[in-house]
Design a binder for this molecule. Structure first.
Ligand code: PAF
Length: 283
């Protein structure tokens, strides 16, 4: 496995490749990332992963400084997973001049949910992903469903800028107790870790209720928020949405997603579950 740090080295190493499969990451890798690399291997070759903690997507007061940088351990995991090339630039390599051009994703996808609570976040994500796509020029790129809103933003980026890249979605991997794997789980202390499954349980409760016929979407979401608050969480949102548009479900919606973001102490956790409605065709 090659480890490269500059755009020039990356371009030279990938010259002539037309079937590259790409997994962009911010490092501090866990089994969820490894599963994305394994998925990438089914879709193209060589498999390239990037490791870059992108300052553009962190807001003031967020965890950019303390985000764990674990390059050596990450490379071990990527090599074991069969990754061919790791691109790990530093900030000066990715942003040699202040980034004054940026991608402004459409408000319909980013005006709510995480976009509302993290202003500028998806602008930073879309900008760095477009830069990485231009550098790697993959045929396929793999993104986790764990960041569901991000996945839809990237799909729309590719569609609206006519990028010849297929976006493949990887399922969320969970610990045995149901907690979605996330680099930020490392911030939880022992007591918070025990409580952390509660968010997923509330989302699963909403999914079960809707699959059993409940149609008061706002009511079940509000109840989940109340339960989390009573258990000591600070809730950003719990929302049921159409899984294809992230707009409120309509009678025509056949594929829904329930999304939540909430704070346990100093740690913000996000999770989601997408599901088809019984008796309808899942899209
Ligand atoms: O999901 C992530 O790790 C990041 O948002 C990404 C896609 C690598 C862009 O920095």
């Amino acid at each position: 496995m090659q480890l490269l740090h500059t755009a020039a080295e990356l371009r030279a190493a990938l010259a002539g490749q037309s079937k590259t499969a790409f997994v962009p990451t911010m490092g501090n890798l866990h089994a969820g990332h490894v599963s994305l690399v394994e998925l990438a291997k089914q879709h193209g070759q060589p498999v390239v992963a990037s490791i870059f903690v992108n300052p553009l997507q962190f807001g003031a007061g967020e965890d950019f400084e303390r985000y764990p940088r674990t390059l050596e351990a990450d490379c071990g995991k990527l090599e074991a997973a069969g990754c061919d090339l790791v691109f790990a630039p530093d900030v000066a390599e990715m942003y040699p001049v202040p980034q004054s051009f940026s991608v402004q994703p459409c408000r319909s996808l980013t005006g709510e949910l995480d976009g509302a609570f993290r202003p500028g976040h998806f602008n930073g994500v879309a900008t760095v992903v477009l830069k990485l796509f231009n550098l790697v020029q993959p045929r396929v790129a793999v993104f986790g469903k764990k960041d569901y809103q991000q996945l839809l933003v990237i799909r729309e980026l590719v569609r609206q800028f006519n990028l010849p890249i297929e976006i493949v979605a990887g399922d969320t991997l969970r610990d045995p107790d149901g907690l979605a794997m996330s680099s930020r789980n490392a911030y939880l202390d022992a007591s918070e870790r025990m409580q952390a499954t509660r968010l997923q349980q509330e989302l699963a409760g909403i999914r079960a209720a809707v699959q059993s016929g409940e149609r008061d979407f706002a009511g079940v979401s509000a109840a989940a928020c109340r339960h989390l608050k009573m258990a000591g969480w600070r809730v950003d949102y719990v929302e049921l949405r159409d899984a294809g548009t992230l707009q409120l479900p309509t009678p025509a919606s056949t594929h829904l997603v329930v999304l939540g973001a909430a704070w346990l102490g100093q740690t913000r956790l996000i999770d989601n579950l997408d599901f088809g409605l019984p008796g309808r065709v899942e899209v």
